[in-house]
Ligand binder design. Structure first.
Ligand SMILES: Nc1ncnc2c1ncn2[C@@H]1O[C@H](COP(=O)(O)OP(=O)(O)OP(=O)(O)O)[C@@H](O)[C@H]1O
Ligand SMILES: [Mg+2]
Length: 469
């Protein structure tokens, strides 16, 4: 028997892995958000070295057209420099330091290609950067051909009005064609809502995103901040640090007056607070990677923080991570989630919980009809401010130094507490027949659905009013 000769074994990538497999882990909307991320990264590269200011993305635009046979995204964000042609169209980043020193989010060198493969089988990329203007075509045959890894390039026939990129995808994949035709309206509505939340910071800083001709309005988080000189007042808890090349800014507080128990019992809260923005939003280099999370991922129901419940609907928080090295940001590879195991995130989460407890305690202490009314007027006295404005407001306050493992500076507000909160109150409880409770409930309230404890409390409040006369 002749001995087998062992040659080298092939380990080169298989194209269908990129075209058909990698695309399974991402939704169509998230894939499109990846294309939007590229637009913003384009602006950041273009603005390199310029001062940031309040509206660094002003004048830049991405126009998305979702049709039943095609998908188009057109931007004026600087185009793909020819100097990057050897890297930009490859799967994976062959030049990892391409964006050294810039707060971009592009890291892996896959987003654009994965989005194209997710959407359809044929694509034309037209791009213009300075004097270079070229077209790149990905055909269905190219996507199938395992041996062809080069893509033909042609000089553009016409010039664009401004440097930018247009990506047109046709021959839509089956599931995508269904999404874009039958359900186009509901798909667009959901996608627009996603842009409004995840891109709120970027749109707030001047960027325009249009979907089928409609500009998206951002849904920014605003927190109540009492600018008066009162020591006990409604202001957010703020924490800030810089560690290992990442800047962190955290703010948590009230977005609106706290709900009354009657509203909670009657399920009126969600209807009244229609744009449900309770919970934590985590932002990495201006992109929200998590929006209004109310789970353990952001500390709810963990280590002394109660589980999220409608009574906490007025509590919202934002954490911004910013770095000139995107790989240091605590986000997942799809960049639409947080890396819950990141040591940096875990340390910041301690601060998130510390801040959150102040506001869940406040909500618990100001329970009961009369107290809620007082709490509401305290929150009403404070004005709502966006995150950039909060940074500005807080700079005028005295921040204390935090000497724990994650050193930093923080502002811990002293929230007003009810006079009797220190333990000079007692619980009253008694039983009454259901029929009588319902009768009294009908007598006291205009609507149905009030809990027995609310009925009892209302009886007490009414008699207290009488007694005080
Ligand atoms: N709209 C655009 N404007 C300017 N440059 C772009 C645009 N789209 C893509 N590029 C260029 O193409 C490159 C490849 O984009 P792609 O999204 O595939 O990867 P990436 O952004 O580098 O990393 P990631 O996979 O993390 O998104 C980018 O790094 C960028 O240089
Ligand atoms: Mg990208």
């Amino acid at each position: 028997m002749t001995a087998r000769i062992y040659n080298n074994v092939p380990a080169h990538p298989v194209k269908s892995f990129f075209v058909h497999m990698l695309t399974r882990d991402i939704s169509v909307s998230d894939a499109i958000l990846d294309l939007l991320d590229n637009c913003v990264d384009g602006i950041i590269r273009k603005n390199r070295g310029k001062k940031e200011g309040a509206a660094p993305y002003k004048g830049y635009k991405a126009q998305i057209t979702i049709g039943k046979d095609s998908f188009t995204i057109h931007d004026n964000c600087g185009g793909i420099p020819w100097s990057l042609h050897e890297y930009a169209f490859r799967m994976g980043r062959a030049k990892p330091d391409q964006d050294a020193g810039l707060p971009v989010v592009g890291t892996y060198g896959i987003g654009m290609k994965r989005a194209i493969f997710k959407i359809g089988q044929s694509c034309l990329i037209q791009t213009q950067n300075g004097k270079d203007a070229y077209d790149i075509e990905l055909s269905p045959a190219w996507m199938r051909n395992e041996d062809e890894w080069n893509i033909p390039v042609k000089a553009a026939k016409t010039r664009m009005k401004a440097d930018g990129t247009t990506i047109v995808v046709e021959k839509l994949n089956k599931g995508v064609a269904e999404l874009f035709s039958d359900n186009a309206k509901s798909f667009c509505r959901d996608f627009e809502a996603q842009v409004a939340s995840h891109y709120a910071f970027i749109i707030g800083k001047g960027f325009t995103v249009e979907v089928n001709g409609r500009a998206i309005s951002p849904l920014p988080t605003k927190l109540a901040f009492d600018k008066s000189k009162k020591t006990k007042a409604i202001r957010p808890f703020v924490y800030t640090t810089r560690t290992n090349g990442v800047d962190v800014f955290l703010a948590v507080g009230f977005t609106r007056p706290i709900p009354s128990e009657e509203e909670i019992a009657a399920d009126q809260v969600e209807a009244r607070y229609s744009s449900l923005d309770a919970g934590w939003t985590i932002v990495c280099n201006d992109r929200a990677v998590l929006y209004c999370d109310r789970t353990e991922l952001t500390g709810w129901g963990e280590a002394g923080v109660p589980k999220y419940h409608t009574q906490f609907i007025a509590i919202s928080g934002v954490v911004e991570f910013r770095s000139n090295d995107a790989s240091k940001l605590p986000t997942t590879t799809t960049k639409r989630g947080i890396d819950a195991a990141s040591p940096l995130y875990l340390q910041v989460k301690n601060k998130m919980r510390e801040g959150m407890v102040l506001f869940t305690n406040y909500t618990n202490k100001w329970k009961g009809r009369e107290l809620v009314q007082q709490a509401r007027s305290q929150i009403d006295d404070a004005e709502p401010f966006g995150i950039e404005e909060i940074k500005h407001n807080v700079a005028k306050l005295r921040l204390s130094h935090v000497k724990s493992r994650l050193r930093g500076r923080q502002y811990k507000p002293t929230l007003p507490m009810p006079a009797h909160a220190a333990g000079d109150s007692r619980r009253i409880s008694y039983s009454k027949p259901i029929a009588q409770i319902e009768l009294v409930s009908d007598y006291l309230f205009e609507s149905d659905g009030h809990t027995p404890s609310l009925v009892g409390e209302r009886c007490f409040d009414e008699i207290l009013k009488e007694a005080r006369k």
